[in-house]
Ligand binder design. Structure first.
Ligand code: NCD
Ligand code: ZN
Length: 327
């Protein structure tokens, strides 16, 4: 029988959570409470795309839990201007989130990856304001043929666009969210220090076999997400990247109502609350002999990249234990 143990770490940091809104927000907020800080994605409806939206969403979250400190993101859309960014920055926003149009759930940016270059003047403003550009890197449609790219190939197909952005904006803080392929891991390792990537618990613990049957049909919609879970070799490459300081934890906790997950075209997004995601990451760390990196991966590198104070050791230890007992 497996020996059970425990580990004490400083407060973990979530660089990627979808808290949703309304009743869903009330349902999922308690499970995010364990994090010292949570980057809350703004792909709600309407998207959080200006300072008024930021104020409204922040107020909605804080109304549900006055102790919770969300790090809100501003969604980059085709209507974002230098003024939008300036006002958002004044409102305390550090992160601009990019979801290429049609690539993932609620991605209503109006900007496709091949179009991204047209928005470089606005992106230059993100850099000037010392904000973080955090993006979902998948190419959904081949610009040459107009055909949909298979889910499993979308991340690799996005790498040339990512490369272009990295080269065009040296020193801008750029995040490659939820990396899922060995190719992207290798690519990111070779980038300069201003570029980092986040890793979920599901991309390192499950593979495409948990989602798709041999005929390519979805067998478990609960594990359907963007980017889709990949092959065993990708899983291992992503999991081994824990040990590299450029990678940190972004669980992409993305719950959907049951009725949207079931049916022919399930919504992409995996419910991955802290009480499942953190033990899963630890288990994979153990499997790979990388436990020594666990705290750095889930608690320390994220705040460092975000220029936040790392969680103080004593206080956070006691809080983590308190929280742990609740679950
Ligand atoms: C996320 C969602 O449901 O909002 N879905 C997903 O499959 N990952 C969006 C995202 O982070 O891409
Ligand atoms: Zn995404």
């Amino acid at each position: 029988m497996k020996k059970l143990g425990f580990i004490i770490i400083r407060k973990p940091f979530s660089a990627h959570t979808h808290l949703r809104q309304g009743k869903e927000l009330a349902d999922v907020l308690p499970s995010s409470n364990i994090y010292g800080a949570v980057v809350c994605m703004g792909n709600i409806q309407p998207p959080v795309s200006d300072f008024q939206g930021v104020r409204k969403y922040r107020a909605e979250i804080i109304r549900q839990n006055p102790q919770f400190l969300p790090i809100l993101t501003l969604m980059l859309t085709k209507d974002t201007t230098a003024e939008t960014l300036k006002r958002a920055r004044e409102e305390g926003i550090r992160v601009v989130k990019f979801m290429p149009d049609a690539a993932t759930t609620n991605a209503l940016s109006g900007i496709t990856l091949p179009d991204l270059e047209k928005f470089y003047p606005v992106i230059g403003e993100i850099k000037r304001l010392n904000m973080i550009f955090s993006g979902h890197w998948e190419l959904a449609v081949d610009p040459k043929t107009g055909k949909e790219i298979p889910y499993s190939e979308r991340e690799e197909a996005a790498l040339p666009y990512f490369d272009k952005l990295v080269k065009a904006f040296p020193n801008m803080n750029i995040i490659f969210e939820h990396v899922s392929t060995a190719a992207a891991v290798e690519f990111i390792k070779a980038t300069p220090a201003n570029v980092a990537a986040t890793i979920t618990a599901h991309h390192i613990s499950k593979t495409h076999k948990d989602v798709f049957g041999a005929d390519g049909k979805i067998i478990d919609p609960h594990y359907f997400c963007y980017p889709v879970l990949k092959k065993e070799g990708d899983r291992l490459a992503v999991a081994s990247a824990y040990a590299n300081p450029k990678f940190f934890f972004g669980p992409d906790d993305a719950p959907h109502p049951k009725e949207r997950k079931m049916g022919d075209k399930p919504a992409g997004g995996i419910f991955s609350p802290a009480f499942i995601a953190l033990p899963t990451v630890l288990e994979v760390c153990e499997e790979l002999g990388l436990v020594e990196h666990f705290e750095r991966f889930v608690s320390l590198r994220g705040p460092t990249f975000y220029d936040l104070q790392p969680p103080p050791e004593k206080e956070s230890r006691s809080r983590y234990c308190r929280q742990r007992r609740q679950y």
